[in-house]
Design a protein around this ligand. Structure first.
Ligand code: MG
Length: 174
């Protein structure tokens, strides 16, 4: 991994399932789109504080044959549109469909650099969106999220699953 150059914009990297939306177990159908309490308000608050909001999500459901890559993209697009309608701007969604137990060989990888706890999605987003990693952080609901943050050299915070806006407000210092 090459040293990434420092970009201009601070970013918050957000896990999807269990942070932005409820984790019902491989959410992918439109009716699975249920936001966590305070999700839209949190993203709007972070935007207002100057952070690009970047979603970084493991989606092994594709590798497991539970849904297609296109369905994954469509579901993510619906989430982004719905948030945007509530004044919450997602700059980009990075999703990793690879898994070491993939049924489809196209999605098989023993340890894909994008799959958290690896930091690939964070580092790629940083390069593609001119992100200042030194002023960025991650919010996740699993240790793997925090480990990905650590490997990318940014702080990671474990969301308690309560209210994301209250959590973000606390992180921003009240
Ligand atoms: Mg999660």
């Amino acid at each position: 991994m090459t040293e990434s150059t420092e970009g201009r914009f601070p970013a918050v990297f957000l896990d999807r399932d269990g942070v932005l939306i409820e984790d019902c177990g491989y959410p992918h159908l439109d009716e699975h789109l249920v936001f966590m309490p305070g999700a839209a308000e949190a993203v709007a608050r972070l935007n207002k504080a100057g952070f690009l909001a970047i979603v970084v999500t493991n989606q092994s459901g594709v590798a497991r044959g539970l849904f297609s890559e296109q369905r994954m993209h469509d579901f993510n697009a619906l989430m982004v549109r719905t948030l945007a309608a509530r004044g919450a701007r997602i700059a980009a969604v990075y999703a990793c469909p690879f898994h070491d137990e993939a049924r489809d060989p196209a999605w098989h990888h023993p340890d894909h650099p994008d799959r958290k706890p690896n930091p690939g999605m964070i580092l790629r987003a940083a390069a593609e969106h001119d992100i200042a990693l030194s002023r960025s952080f991650l919010i996740g609901d699993r240790q793997g999220d925090l480990e990905a943050a650590r490997r990318a050299g940014i702080p990671g915070f474990l969301f308690d699953g309560q209210n994301l806006d209250a959590f973000a407000r606390e992180l921003l210092g009240g």
